[in-house]
Design a protein around this ligand. Sequence first.
Ligand code: GDP
Ligand code: IMO
Ligand code: MG
Length: 428
Amino acid sequence: MPAIVLIGAQWGDEGKGKATDLLGSRVDYVVKFNGGNNAGHTVVVGDEKYALHLLPSGILSPGVTPVIANGVVVDIEVLFHELEALSARGVDVSKLLVSANAHVITGYHRTLDRVTERFLGKRQIGTTGRGIGPTYADKINRVGIRMQDIFDENILRQKVEGALEQKNHLLVKVYNRRAIEVNEIVDELLGYAERLRPMVVDTGLELNRALDAGQTVLFEGGQATMLDVDHGTYPFVTSSNATAGGASTGSGVAPNRIDRVIAVVKAYTTRVGAGPFPTELHDEWGEFLRSRGFEFGTTTGRPRRTGWYDAPIARYSARVNGVTDFVLTKLDVLTGLEKIPVCVAYEVDGVRVDEVPVSQSDFHHAKPIYEEFEGWAEDITGARAFDDLPPAAQDYVLALEQMSGSRISAIGVGPDRDAIVVRHDLLT
Ligand code: GDP
Ligand code: IMO
Ligand code: MG
């Protein structure tokens, strides 16, 4: 099973980092193909807790070659900071490869992210403020800076000049900020060149050769399906393709080489930032999920919005991504609830709708139609086989499986590395 994509099925923070880590010892490469340091993956290994942002979670597995592919936007200062922090904790980071085609987040992208959010006022997206959107905008607008540009001072200077010509007008005249000096940016980037040189390669070629040689490559998505710029709740999305298709364009590995698509889905739903969220709870149950699930952003520390499981969203994800297996996480968080509501469809203007509506305003108005399932009181964090789960927890999982469009192959029952029930091997 050589090429596997792992993505989030909801609005992020489903536990992709932990799921990647679970497979880490059995794969040769772990590839980040979209997003940047807006991601936040918490991985617990024994007594150690790691928070990864820009680096793929696979970096924690000895033997794995971590790859930052062309679809990622890279804040180089953050890159070195994360590498140093992991090194200091004894993690071997020497194998990291970075695509020569990946785009670079600069100081002006971070500034623009923050000022445009402020100017949006009530229409704010609630971005992570890391410069992600402006960097992808420059990429599409063909005024971006790529990793390879850093190795040629002339080209770098021309490109930064070109980019800043427009942006300084905007910063000074519209946003009332100071202009950014070309030299400030060029000197900073050139200062990284020597350290970057050994890790910057043609990652598309490297990955295709690895697949030719029968090695196993895991593509780890950042963000999630409902935050995808094409398939998510636009404009309340991130600026990249977080769905399975993004693994191809974001890495240079063709779609017909991908064998399996694993979607990570929480046993309830969370979202950080603004935008529609039909099953959101504003009551004590929302607070229950937030405090029991420790739902606070890994990147920004913001409290996550919380709500019940939304089956139409899972079905939508199964369809958009071609999901072969779900990993259901955080089932343990639901322990102690007497009844567990699950959204099975929506009501839009008095009409039952079974699928995620294509109209954004319909989705905004969609009221969840709930079905209730029996809860369980037993602690399930020690369960390692499906039969170890109480009957009500088994029934809950089977009901979600039946309505979510693909099989549930693994079930997370706690944050620890081994707190998982595997029903079907994810790699074979
Ligand atoms: P990611 O962005 O998808 O990698 O997810 P995050 O790391 O942002 O958020 C998931 C959080 O849930 C992390 O703190 C994980 O340690 C934790 N987690 C993952 N799986 C489980 C699980 O099955 N049960 C519990 N209780 N926590 C989990
Ligand atoms: P992981 O990989 C949850 C959200 C932000 C905001 C929107 C746009 O940990 O699941 P951006 O800075 O990307 O332009 O912000 O997307 N967002 C995430 N929410 N998990 C993430 O990543 C996210 N990355 C971005 O909160 O609403
Ligand atoms: Mg996260």
